[in-house]
Design a binder for this molecule. Sequence first.
Ligand code: IPM
Ligand code: MN
Length: 359
Amino acid sequence: MSKTYRIAVIPGDGTGPEVVEQALRVVAACQEPFGFRVETEHYPFGGDRYLETGEVLPDSAVEELRSAHAILLGAIGHPDVKPGILEQGILLKLRFALDQYVNLRPVKLYPGVYTPIKDKGPDEIDFVVVRENTEGLYVGSGGFLRKGTPDEVAVQESVNTRKGVERCLRFAYEYCQRRNKRKKLTLVGKTNVLTYAFDLWERAFNELGAAYPDVERDYAHVDATCMWMVKNPEWFDVLVTDNMFGDIITDLGAMIQGGMGIAAGGNINPEGVSMFEPIGGSAPKYTGKNVINPLAAICAAAMMLEHLGEHEAGARIERAVQWVTGSKLQSLAAGRMGYSTSEVGDLVLAHLAGEVGEG
Ligand code: IPM
Ligand code: MN
């Protein structure tokens, strides 16, 4: 009997459904060659559902999602819904409720992809950001004083627990070992200004590091990291940082690797249910036009299979994506690929089936 994975699918808003459809075609095509089965269940949560019914994400759905083997998410965010409602009510709610405490975001240049830092190639741009995903400025701690008056004060606190920081760091050390490339882990912080939060991070980083003598330890301030990500990306292997800095540097990372069309991420709970997503958002202006690039969603699906232990299938999809970027697409940008959304899906499938490329 082959293994069966129950995958919960949240296509979400905007171009989410279109790109997820292509990713699911690719996943389905892996079933037979790699000897596993996938059962999908769709959850239609997002802006349209909210506007129709007022429902964002009921707790009962969270409970159902908890029993899936993994979740594949398209995009969250709707132009007619006030910013924050869907982001907090769906994306952050799931990350927190399912305790997906790591946000894993590879930054990798695929062949043939135009990057603004033109002299660097796929060998130089290949690093992974481990972003803490359930704490920091994202916990919603703080409040207003004298709101709406000229003396108004708004406080937003960054919460860093020793346990939360340690489990994220441990994941990063182990991931760096498994990845087995430069074996260098860079803590990204701001120890010169955020003298409480990153003091805790730095102490935990060094104390835990003793147990991973083969991993080289490195530290960089977040602002300098932004500079080096562009100037010397080859210095990086695995970076680990808090929630807010991780959010910011992974948008920079996405641009370095060619844009949102290719940037994928995983919200990981190593002991529970993880959720994989293209990190680009819902792109309302491209919705329904069959022009959005599905490769980020397909790479997210590859990360999902990798996470489920289907290493060969994940690697195979990765090679198909490398062939598509290296030999087919004119650009990764929506509308300028030289192919439609579904044709890009077709190309990946043709390569998986061994019909094109070197297979
Ligand atoms: C991301 C997004 C989210 C975040 C938003 C939509 C809440 O920017 O996944 O990086 O800030 O984490
Ligand atoms: Mn972000």
